[in-house]
Design a protein around this ligand. Structure first.
Ligand code: NOJ
Length: 545
């Protein structure tokens, strides 16, 4: 990639070479999560496709990201929109064909963009031929590929385990007289990772895609991979309150984060380590201390166990500073940090903290130490889109209505321009297009030097240019009711980031006397002599000694 070449050329000194030998693209680059169903449709069926992504690669290149992570595009009955895979080594016709995938890999690599894909090891679709076989009879050769248990003597499920998407985690199979386990929908039976044939098949899946040139995997729901074999009841969760997801009524003592998981991750890592410069990212919503164990005891687990904590932390300087401190100090030696502010499962950033603060959050995400992941549409400040009852698609919302658990609002089509359906599709989009699309879209923002898109581009450029931001150290500087400030350092380069998390003008104590303003969230040079930050403003300064 041109940028990386330049980066290298600018830093020829010994120190740089020594320090950078071990820096991989997934460390100093930024990842963009792309939700294929909603990115760009090219065949008018109202659902995005792989050819659409290929057509939009120049947008992603100009944005300045290093890699895209694609949510599932594999053959699937779409009960959970692709997270119910019925064939691991193929492309669902909705998204195109394998040749479209190959074209996408080639085209992405040609413009210097890496491709990460989803790997869904915990469960398949109930339509997957493996499960179809498995449920045929208790004596089928694939019976043990899934998690089957006898009913209790009264015919009820083997224990009280709950499905993440509502209801029991066990579904009775009348023909064979046993229950099968599913951490999610009943259409998503859990694979039995204790079975060595299952493991081998799944490793073959990884090799299939690695051989096609993918640069890594985001591994789905890894904390659910194993369940306790004894199958005792999960204990009640004392913190559960009305309004929370029904599945949270119980602590997932026997259904989550079981010890064997780490062995499986190590095996997966071994498979991908046979290929050079690949990345393994894990999806696990876990407390920081437990999350850290997902790096592996010898850093032989995930390169990046996703750090989702910013999404659930109160948007207050003290809370964020405490989180950064806790995360930084819990990181095992040599482990590389990462930060996430949004994804296809969580309410959009601008809806959580407001559009003004979303700009400050962008600056935070792109100036923290560690690999940032940007969720599609955040770069233009998209908000959650209200979904009328008759257009609800998410099975979670259908199973557990009215609690705001549905994920449709964050998965609506990308807003490209002010034309029909925001330039996403000529057909009827599978989810409603944001009603704001005429005022908020890529085309409009690309022509506005102060837009959110302009800010993202500027921050991404800055991050690539400044080693202090991409690979430098982190030092907390100040935290108050309104302000969060920290330094990023690399050799003698010192950058100061000062963020105003309030809607008032503030005079930060740490204001630099002689500092060069590199970037502000307002995109205005402004008069900085007064030592103040405007409401909802953030700045990056270069400090001079
Ligand atoms: C996590 C994925 O992000 C989510 O979208 C999916 O529904 C579940 N895993 C089940 O695969």
């Amino acid at each position: 990639m041109e940028v990386r070449t330049k980066f290298r050329r600018d830093h020829r000194d010994e120190d740089f070479v020594m320090n950078h030998r071990l820096i991989s693209w997934w460390q100093d680059g930024v990842i963009y999560q792309l939700y294929p169903r909603s990115f760009q449709d090219t065949n008018g069926d109202g659902i995005g496709d792989l050819a659409g992504i290929t057509n939009r690669l120049s947008y992603l290149r100009d944005l300045g990201i290093e890699a895209i992570w694609l949510s599932p595009f594999f053959p699937s009955p779409m009960a959970d929109f692709g997270y119910d895979v019925s064939e691991y080594c193929g492309v669902d016709p909705t998204f195109g064909a394998l040749t479209d995938f190959d074209d996408l890999v080639t085209a992405a690599h040609n413009v210097g963009i890496k491709l990460i894909i989803d790997f869904v090891p915990n469960h398949t679709s109930d339509q997957h031929p493996w499960f179809v076989e498995s449920r045929r009879s208790r004596f089928n050769s694939k019976r043990d590929w899934y998690v089957w248990r006898d009913p209790k003597p009264d015919g009820s499920p083997p224990n009280n385990w709950l499905s993440e998407f509502g209801g029991p985690a066990w579904t009775f199979d009348h023909r064979s007289g046993q229950y099968y386990y599913h951490a999610y929908l009943k259409q998503q039976p859990d694979l039995n990772w204790r079975n060595s044939d299952v493991r081998e098949m799944m490793f073959d899946v990884l090799r299939f895609w690695l051989d096609r040139g993918v640069d890594g995997f985001r591994v789905d729901a890894i904390h659910h991979l194993y369940e306790d074999q004894e199958g005792a009841d999960n204990p009640p969760n004392p913190a559960w309150r009305e309004g929370m997801a029904p599945a949270r009524r119980l602590l997932r003592k026997y259904t989550m984060d079981q010890p064997e998981t780490h062995e499986a991750i190590r095996d997966i890592r071994r498979v991908i380590d046979r290929y050079s410069e690949r990345v393994l990212i894990g999806e696990a919503y876990l407390p920081i201390e437990i999350l850290m164990t997902y790096y592996g005891s010898r850093l032989d687990g995930f390169h990046l166990p996703f750090n989702f904590h910013l999404m659930s932390t109160l948007w207050k300087p003290n809370d964020i500073a405490a989180l950064i401190q806790a995360y930084e100090s819990a990181l095992p030696a040599g482990a590389w940090p990462n930060w996430v502010l949004g994804n296809h499962d969580r309410s959009r950033l601008a809806s959580r903290i407001g559009s003004a603060q979303a700009r400050v959050a962008a600056m935070l995400l792109l100036t923290l130490r560690g690999t940032p992941t940007i969720y599609q549409g955040e770069e233009i400040g998209m908000t959650d889109v209200p979904i009328p009852q008759d257009r609800v698609r998410d099975p979670w919302e259908k199973n557990v209505p009215g609690l705001g658990l549905g994920r449709d609002p964050v998965r609506t089509p990308m807003l490209w321009d002010g034309c029909t359906n925001a330039g996403f599709s000529n057909g009827q989009p599978w989810l409603p297009v944001s009603p704001n699309f005429r005022d908020q879209n890529v085309e409009l923002q690309a022509g506005d030097p102060c837009s959110m898109l302009a800010l993202y581009r500027a921050l991404l450029t800055l991050r690539r240019r400044e080693s202090a931001l991409s690979i430098g150290g982190y030092e907390p500087v100040d935290v108050s009711e309104s302000v969060l400030a920290y330094e990023r350092r690399y050799n003698d380069q010192r950058l100061l980031v000062v963020l105003n998390l309030s809607a008032d003008t503030v005079h930060p104590r740490c204001w630099p006397i002689s500092g060069e303003l590199l970037q502000s969230t307002s995109m205005q040079p402004g008069d900085r002599s007064g030592g103040h930050l405007a409401p909802d403003e953030g700045c990056v300064f270069r400090l001079q000694d």
